[in-house]
Ligand binder design. Structure first.
Ligand code: CO
Ligand code: ZN
Length: 328
């Protein structure tokens, strides 16, 4: 799992520009899939199990990450930028971005009489270090930060949602057979509004939908006791977020499978944010949907942190669910 995360997190894939990460995932799943397709938006759709048997189950983990897009450049090597997804200004200052051609830029700010105040994104720029940088309007970059192994915990940019991608890959590899028709969808453009999962769900028309994504945390200093999720206590079974009320029968299926298999889990009520499961749930005439979450600190910062055991247990839970009949 760690090796998988080290590889997946370091590949840049801002929303809409997922081709590099898609090719890497395709290579990692090729030996375990019954069919692999890519749709018009770029979702990578991997089927396991015979077409027409059991339930048609759609799993989704988004392969895109937040990033920036250049909106203006000047003759001195500075670029202005627009956010791709939920970019937080206070995480940007002093950070680095890497363009898809490998070029690195650093983010800093206009000089201001009030340096203690966090600037807005339009008061920042990317310093490309030279006027001869080859970067132009519309070019995109991902945040740049190394993967670090802290033992049980790992730190990287883009654990949102390469952690989910790694869980899906690991579950697929563990699943020797399934009585269902399972679609592992590595979705695009989640960070700009669950767009890839929207079209993939329409295409697949699943009986059940499950997203795997990161969620918030409540176990750092002076966090008000609003979120009861902690790193290392198991995957979080989502009951509610600000975009979805998980289908109760899907929640019960997850909890009963975890209890039978002796897999630790937490119950999750997330106050803000949502996942691809929202898009699946509202697809066509409606789909029972839920989410298995990986607790993650500092989401959308370049140094997100997860507990590796939560990812391993999430993969084990998914594989256990997919290997048996669905109880509804
Ligand atoms: Co995100
Ligand atoms: Zn995410």
């Amino acid at each position: 799992m760690k090796q998988l995360l080290r590889q997946l997190t370091q590949i840049p894939g801002p929303s809409g520009y997922e081709h590099q990460i898609r090719e890497a995932i395709r290579d990692l799943v090729a030996d375990f899939a019954d069919e692999i397709t890519t749709d018009a938006l770029g979702n990578l759709i991997v089927r396991k199990g015979k077409a027409g048997q059991g339930k048609r189950i759609m799993l989704a983990a988004h392969m895109d990450e937040i990033g920036v897009m250049v909106s203006h450049t000047d003759e001195n090597g500075f670029a202005r930028f627009a956010p791709i997804g939920g970019v937080r200004p206070f995480y940007c200052l002093g950070g680095r971005v890497r363009f898809l051609n490998g070029r690195v830029g650093i983010i800093n700010r206009e000089k201001t009489p009030d340096p203690a105040k966090v600037p807005t994104l339009d008061q920042m720029f990317i310093d490309l270090g030279s006027a001869r940088h080859g970067i132009g309007v519309g070019d995109v970059a991902a945040f740049d930060r190394t993967f670090e192994d802290l033992g049980e915990r790992v730190v990287s940019k883009a654990l949102d949602d390469r952690a989910g991608v790694a869980v899906l890959i690991s579950a697929l590899r563990q699943l020797e057979s399934t009585p269902h028709e399972v679609y592992f969808v590595f979705s695009v453009q989640e960070e700009v509004g669950v767009r890839g999962a929207t079209t993939a769900a329409f295409h697949i028309a699943p009986d059940i939908g499950i997203a795997v994504d990161v969620t918030g945390w409540g176990d750092t200093p002076k966090v008000p006791p609003m979120v009861d999720v902690a790193l290392g206590k198991g995957p979080a079974i989502k009951i509610r977020d600000s975009g979805m009320l998980a289908a109760p029968q899907v929640v019960r299926w997850m909890i009963s499978t975890a209890e039978k298999a002796g897999i630790p889990y937490q119950r999750e009520v997330l106050l803000s944010g949502s996942t691809d499961a929202r898009a699946i749930q509202l697809s066509r005439a409606g789909v029972p949907a839920g989410t298995i979450s990986i607790p993650c600190r500092y989401v959308h910062s370049p140094s997100e942190m997860i507990d590796i055991r939560d990812a391993e247990n999430a993969a084990a839970l998914l594989a256990a669910m997919l290997s048996k009949e669905v109880p509804f």
